[in-house]
Design a protein around this ligand. Structure first.
Ligand code: NDP
Length: 283
């Protein structure tokens, strides 16, 4: 049976480090502020935003919540983003996705000042990740890297297989693993013989969005399995993209859902926000 990688414990450790750093910065007169903008009343987004607010409280940030109605126009949202770009009390800006259909997500992301883009979704930050010279790392892939590191796994030379190629998880995950000298394969819905690819992985990252998609027989004996998926089943239970029961019998180490990558995403958001405060102060 594989080692269970405890994302809750690792994220608590990261948050404690951030709390101490925030305290020190406060002594130097630097307050850290994170603005979270949510449009509409998507229940999952409400939960994510509430968790982010709680995390801000835990680490000692000032959090500014902008809860806007679903009918907010793109122009109105752009004005809020512009205001936050100018606001000296705000170091990091996060616009919770998805946005209502009538608002173009790309337009909004592109309007966030790159030095306050703590989600690292702005093309400037995406480009910086590509060339390996970045300030902010997208939170979920960064959380995955932290879990791999905390588990004592050296990425260098390993076969890393990512299932999923989204801009927020799969693609940046590939770059981060590549920067650590992993040999990276990215799989997606058009990949042929998927199980053959996943079975070759020393490190397997699942970011598919399909409950229990990766089964034990798709995993190499002793592999590190990181499950990014968060899926809510009809019985309201959360489950990942990996079938935990069969996978844990084969994996050398595995993240659970919940309690794996999820808590790390928020911890890494806090880390990016501290970075933003330090960067913005020195400008
Ligand atoms: P997307 O829907 O944007 O991407 C899913 C990816 O999976 C796509 O690249 C798609 O391929 C691929 N895919 C779909 N079906 C198959 C298939 N049959 N075989 C192989 N690949 C397939 O999802 P996200 O990246 O945004 O999220 C993935 C999961 O991670 C979700 O469960 C989401 O809830 C979760 N998540 C968790 C976070 C956390 O904090 N833990 C944060 C963000 C997401 P194609 O490109 O060809 O369509």
């Amino acid at each position: 049976m594989g080692q269970i990688i405890d994302g809750k414990a690792v994220s608590a450790k990261v948050k404690e480090e951030i709390r101490l750093e925030t305290e020190k910065l406060k002594e130097q007169g630097i307050e850290i502020g994170l603005a979270v903008v949510i449009v509409g009343d998507d229940p999952a987004s409400q939960v994510y935003v509430r968790n982010k607010e709680k995390a801000c409280e835990t680490v000692g940030f000032n959090s500014f919540k902008y809860a806007l109605p679903a009918e907010t126009t793109e122009e109105e949202l752009l004005n809020v983003v512009k205001e936050l770009n100018e606001d000296k009390n705000v170091n990091g800006i996060l616009v919770q996705l998805p946005l209502p259909k009538h608002i173009d997500e790309k337009t909004i992301i592109n309007a966030i000042a790159p030095n306050k883009d703590v989600d690292a979704f702005h093309p400037v930050n995406v480009g910086k990740i590509m060339v390996g010279n970045y300030d902010f790392v997208p939170c979920t892939p960064a959380g995955v890297m932290e879990l791999i590191k905390e588990s004592g796994i050296d990425v260098s030379g390993k076969e890393c297989v990512i299932v999923g190629r989204s801009n927020i998880v799969g693609k940046p995950q590939a770059m981060l693993l590549l920067h650590q000298n992993g040999t990276v394969t990215i799989c997606h819905s058009k990949t042929k013989n998927l199980a053959e690819k996943t079975k070759n992985a020393d490190i397997l990252v699942a970011a598919v969005g399909i409950p229990n998609f990766i089964k034990g027989d798709m995993i190499k004996e002793g592999a590190v399995v990181i499950d990014v998926g968060i899926n809510r089943l009809e019985n309201k239970k959360l489950c990942g993209d990996v079938e935990f029961e069969s996978a844990e019998k084969v994996a050398g180490a595995i993240t659970p859902v919940p309690g794996g990558v999820g808590p790390m995403t928020i911890a890494m958001l806090m880390k990016n926000t501290v970075k933003a405060a330090i960067l913005n102060k020195s400008k």
